[in-house]
Design a protein around this ligand. Structure first.
Ligand SMILES: [Zn+2]
Length: 313
């Protein structure tokens, strides 16, 4: 099964969901990512969120009439512009512009998605400028591209640029890690947590495995018995994770676990407010560590905060 975009791009989906909740959606976006299928998935996800009839904290339900028809490219207020040709010329852009100038048929707003925006010719890109800047109605434009250097600067200055996290596992890096004994699953975790070569170069596969297990255990404790998680920091974790590079990996993996928890909460509509507070405390704890509060004290702060959250609910 295809991995959901909320899992592949947790930061961007969280960010976009928040702009929808806060009603701060921009006129135009450029989504840039090396993996075209993920960029398309993210574009689709965002458009669904804009029109969803059963929105949950800014996340589309993917089940309602609008969500389903948008996925099938069968929703009149969304126009998906793409071409199999080498370029996307004025002739293709003009009718789309005309259509977008009409008011929405089934909703108060409309959306235009331009897939492979790097195929826009100078003339067609220029014809879009006015539209991006001064939309006649309630139109959101989403440009999708694999490379932003191909996009005209005049366009770049008018859109909000969202860069997709590169979680496509580099083949050479993967082979290297496999040789060192990392399992495929661990390599995927490393990629998703954005842990690059430098960070893992000094960590043997067995050490990583131990670190991961220790972390998962502590993360579970945080949610179930935060007092115990607090005790474990001094009793165990601080002794085993005593080097700065290891600690950095710890924070990256922990961030990955928290964003997974947040996405899950948003999708299942369970304990969303609680999870959001937990993520905020996590970010605070990480900031403490970065500004030289000890690893031990930063984790203890997080455990105490989790205890407070759980007591409130
Ligand atoms: Zn929906």
């Amino acid at each position: 099964m295809m991995t959901a975009i909320e899992q592949l791009q947790p930061q961007l989906t969280t960010q976009l969901a928040q702009t929808i909740v806060r009603q701060q959606v921009a006129h135009a976006y450029l989504m840039v990512g090396e993996d075209q299928s993920q960029t398309v998935q993210l574009g689709l996800w965002f458009i669904q969120a804009l029109f969803c009839q059963d929105l949950h904290a800014g996340y589309p339900c993917k089940k309602c009439n609008h969500c389903r028809r948008i996925a099938q490219n069968n929703f009149p207020d969304v126009l998906w512009l793409t071409t199999t040709k080498a370029s996307l010329g004025v002739d293709e852009v003009r009718p789309a512009k005309l259509e977008m100038e009409q008011s929405g048929l089934e909703s108060s707003h409309r959306a235009l998605v331009v897939q492979a925006a790097e195929k826009l010719t100078n003339a067609s890109a220029n014809s879009l400028l006015k539209f991006l800047e001064d939309p006649t109605g309630q139109v959101v434009t989403v440009l999708l591209a694999t490379n932003s250097t191909m996009i005209l600067p005049t366009i770049l200055s008018r859109v909000q640029i969202l860069r997709l996290a590169n979680n496509v596992v580099d083949q050479t890096w993967q082979a290297q890690l496999q040789k060192e004994g990392y399992s495929t699953q661990d390599i995927q975790i490393l990629a998703a947590a954005h842990l690059d070569n430098d960070l893992t170069a000094n960590l043997a596969a067995t050490e990583f495995d131990q670190l991961k297990k220790l972390l998962q255990h502590w993360f579970d404790l945080l949610w179930q018995q935060p007092q115990l998680a607090f005790v474990e920091v001094g009793a165990k974790i601080n002794k085993q994770v005593n080097q700065r590079p290891q600690q950095k990996i710890w924070w990256c993996l922990l961030e990955h676990l928290f964003s997974q928890a947040l996405n899950q909460a948003a999708m299942q509509q369970t304990q969303l407010a609680q999870t959001q507070s937990a993520v905020e405390y996590f970010l605070q704890a990480k900031t403490y560590w970065k500004s030289n509060v000890s690893f031990e004290n930063s984790l203890e702060y997080l455990a105490l905060s989790m205890e407070a959250i759980l007591q409130r609910s």
